[in-house]
Design a protein around this ligand. Structure first.
Ligand SMILES: *Cc1c(COP(=O)(O)O)cnc(C)c1O
Length: 387
């Protein structure tokens, strides 16, 4: 019987929230125009720049990750603009829909779900655009629906070479999990959301805007009011917000960013990387096939094929028996894969526990023998110890 209060979230958002952050959420709200609140905004905005490795403005929006991506699109582009959208999963698909909804002309660069986008295709389309008609390249760094990480570093060099096109990047499950050096890669617009690597509940999203992005904002004619980023920029100069922000989520953000600073960027990236390696290699030891191309595994999430087994039944068993919530497959992948989120507030114990729960379930189904289960833990331990 499940003990709901102990349910362990191993989905790619919402992710587990540290005690300290929960306590910050439980405080009485304060006035959002008070000096006290401005001090908190000053602190979060500095720490957000640290997390993004940038001098650019990083704005906080009350809304989920999609709000930040939509804001990036409608603040910098105009009706009829030509854009490239990278699509190799559910989120890539979403950005195509958003772009079309706002009357943009979309050139799709696609790759089969589970495989990465090919940077050379971006290079080709951008190089052929002699008239500089392409105004933006929109893509997802870590494709949460498939567990694939796209080669953003490479693709961003081709976007820069084009000179005109802006990069509008969904870094919702990569920021706070792996290296996203915004200034070094000269990323123009980077969107993320609170319920992922930030270790706080859903409700806030973040958007980093380069100088070039602000220049484009001067020319953009798509309608916007609540998501007009110029208002956010103006308010931020006095550590304030244009509208009432989710005050308690900002308290939480302040705590979580301080925790992240204490751990340090490199340690955060190393932790996510070893969890990715431990998970993926343990799954292979259990004779389960990874869904994503092994050279492009996301540090945030591992997608696993279940073959003959119904992935939904498998997830249900693990939830009922072990109080661990795993994510299912989306769209045509429903029932065919399950996904283990290892993003944010996740430690080695969580990884060992989820691997044990998966092994135990496979053992009960007669899919593996006890030796395999032991071997999987051994393999995972080796990666967790960094061997
Ligand atoms: C979670 C997620 C989002 C944001 O979705 P919201 O539900 O709007 O927060 C966007 N992109 C990716 C890759 C995600 O994983």
């Amino acid at each position: 019987m499940a003990i709901q209060q102990k349910l362990s979230l191993m989905i790619p958002g919402p992710t587990p929230v540290p005690e300290k952050v929960l306590q910050a959420l439980g405080k009485h709200p304060i006035g959002h125009r008070s000096k006290e609140f401005q001090d908190i905004v000053e602190s979060t905005s500095k720490n957000l720049q640290w997390l993004h490795q940038t001098q650019n403005d990083v704005l906080t929006i009350t809304g989920s990750g999609t709000a930040a991506m939509e804001a990036g699109i409608i603040n910098t582009l105009s009706k009829g603009d030509k854009v490239i959208c990278g699509e190799n999963g559910k989120f890539g698909e979403r950005w195509v829909k958003v772009a079309k909804e706002f009357g943009l002309e979309v050139i799709k660069i696609e790759s089969k779900w589970g495989t990465p986008l090919n940077p050379e295709e971006f290079k080709k389309v951008l190089e052929e655009d002699k008239q500089k008609e392409i105004k933006a390249v929109i893509l997802t760094h870590s494709e949460t629906s498939t567990g694939v990480i796209n080669d953003l570093e490479k693709i961003s060099t081709y976007i820069r070479a084009h000179k005109t096109a802006l990069s509008i990047i969904d870094c919702v499950t990569s920021l706070g999990a792996c290296n996203v050096p915004v200034d070094q890669w000269q990323l123009d617009i980077v969107a993320s959301g609170s319920q992922k690597g930030y270790m706080i509940p859903p409700g806030l999203s973040f958007i980093s805007m380069s100088k070039k992005a602000w220049e484009a904002a001067e020319k953009s004619n798509l309608p916007k009011f609540y998501l007009n980023l110029k208002s956010y920029k103006k308010s931020l100069s006095s550590n304030s917000n244009p509208y009432t922000p989710a005050v308690n989520l900002v308290f939480a953000l302040d705590e979580s960013l301080k925790m992240m600073r204490e751990e340090g960027l490199v340690n955060i990236f190393l932790r996510h990387n070893k969890h990715k390696l431990a998970m993926s290699n343990a799954m292979k030891t259990l004779n389960l096939e990874l869904f994503a191309d092994e050279k492009y595994l996301s540090p945030a999430i591992t997608a696993i094929k279940t073959g003959e087994m119904d992935a939904e039944e498998f997830r249900k068993t693990i939830k009922n028996k072990f109080d661990i919530l795993l994510a299912g497959g989306q769209d045509h992948l429903k029932g065919k894969i399950f996904r283990v989120g290892h993003l944010g507030y996740v430690n080695d114990r969580d990884i060992i526990t989820v691997i044990s729960a998966i092994s135990n379930t496979l053992l009960n189904l007669g899919k593996i023998n006890p030796q395999d289960a032991g071997e999987a833990l051994l393999v995972a331990s080796r990666y967790l110890e960094g061997k």
